[in-house]
Design a protein around this ligand. Sequence first.
Ligand code: SF4
Length: 213
Amino acid sequence: MDMNLKFVNDKRIERTIEKLKENNMNAEFVKTKEELLNKINGMLQQDMRVTVGGSMTLFQCGIIELLRNSSANFLDRYTDGLSSEEIRRIYFEAFNSDIYFTSSNAITEEGYLFNVDGRGNRVAAITYGPKKVVVIVGANKIVRDVDEAIMRNREVSGPANAKRLNRKTPCTVTGRCHECSSDDRICCSYVLTKYQLEKDRINVFIMDENLGY
Ligand code: SF4
């Protein structure tokens, strides 16, 4: 990357990390996937209950593979052949997990996480339940403020995720949000995570990469 652009980018990440910390979330800049995997590995313990929210980022970073090969008790919602009832049980058991891994649809320079969910299980677990929440985001998810975060969902993450999930929604045809009333809608609960009462329950790792949607 051009050094001047890198400077601007790095400062943006630094600002965001400082604001996340002011909001009682632990936040770190991670330079490589290897560094990230080492950090995550260091958090895992044998038989610790861990689970994940739906996320492309977690696959791209190798987190899903790491959890599958770890000695932790990984409640893997992506296991082939799970019935809808078994998946639903994993969603519920996530509230009682030691670590919940997820990404975020956007992260604002004010130090807020912004997430949009269909069923709401992911935003619920980010908000309450798991002892720790680990949020892994690429710098592409950083936006200036909540308005930009909402816009990002309408123009990028909403349509891209609907496409990934093969939803029959207008955004998978046009590539932008139509605020649909479709049975296949994936945007139902819009949650802004601001100042936290439980310091460092939420841990954010920011990577200077394009990750997820
Ligand atoms: S069209 Fe519907 S599913 Fe697609 S981004 Fe908008 S609200 Fe979400």
